[in-house]
Design a protein around this ligand. Structure first.
Ligand SMILES: [Zn+2]
Length: 263
């Protein structure tokens, strides 16, 4: 047995028997691996904390080529405490980890995707708008799903200025001179296109307090949903949870109004 030190992000954990855990961690050197963590009264508290979803740390581990690997210790633990206490942030963080899990086979090494996920989770934890962080991440993630789109310039003439629209047929932007080529272009607002193009070349660190109006947010959400439906075709439970979360909110608001009315 040789212990290795790897950096990783926890995707999820689940209890195994009474005290033990199975934990899936996206590591930089070995890709996504399932670890067995034996829980005992003696086991260090930091190890129990370090297997919480979305946490990142350096893990000291016995990595096996087949089956489960084993966690021994951890250091430089980074907990996502502001995500755990917030249902909305938690829902988005779960969706982001599910996307990374779906985009890559286990044991395939891809440190850049691990860093992408880690940075997105940290941005949500720092209080940046989870809807916008999710949109940026989804646009970036298309590359990992093998369906990267052209967001820099018109796919026909390479124009980078002026008005654009998105075309599924051309997998990218068309400038207004070439709109005639696709009758079924999206007719997106220029504001939404501006943000999509910005998101495609922005890192999470560069995003300060970017402010996007509600209407543009809705258009971004429905556009990215169509992009994913057409190109990726995933149906994650965590995503439909997010979609329904807003219905619950509305329901909740309506009920409280109704209660006031009848009292
Ligand atoms: Zn053009």
């Amino acid at each position: 047995m040789s212990l290795k030190e790897v950096r990783g992000v926890v995707l999820f954990n689940r209890k195994h028997r009474e005290r033990d855990y199975l934990v899936k961690i996206f590591t930089d050197q070995f890709g996504k691996l399932m670890f067995f963590v034996r829980g005992s009264k003696k086991s260090s508290q930091s190890l129990e904390q370090a297997i919480q979803p979305f946490a990142n740390a350096k893990y000291i581990a016995d990595i096996r080529n087949e089956g489960l690997s084993f966690l021994r210790d951890t250091k430089e633990l980074n907990l996502m405490n502001h995500i755990y206490g917030d249902m909305f942030k938690q829902a988005y963080a779960t969706y982001l980890t599910n996307l990374a899990d779906a985009a890559l086979e286990d044991r395939v090494v891809d440190p850049s995707l691990m860093v992408e996920l880690k940075s997105a989770l940290e941005a949500i934890n720092e209080g940046k708008d989870p809807e916008i962080i999710t949109n940026i991440y989804e646009i970036h993630m298309m590359k990992w799903f093998g369906v990267e789109q052209e967001w820099k310039a018109c796919v026909v003439c390479r124009e980078t200025k002026g008005n654009f629209d998105y075309s599924s047929q051309y997998n990218g932007l068309l400038c207004s001179r070439h709109w005639y080529l696709d009758e079924r272009r999206y007719h997106l607002s220029q504001r939404t296109l501006y943000f999509i193009r910005l998101f495609s070349r922005t890192s999470f660190k560069q995003i300060g307090n970017i402010s996007v109006g509600d209407e543009t947010k809705r258009e971004l959400r429905s556009f990215i949903d169509s992009l994913y439906e057409e190109n990726v075709g995933l149906h994650l439970k965590s995503k439909s949870f997010i979609d329904h979360m807003y219905d619950f909110e509305k329901l909740h608001v309506d009920w409280s109004k109704r209660k006031k009315g009848t009292d």
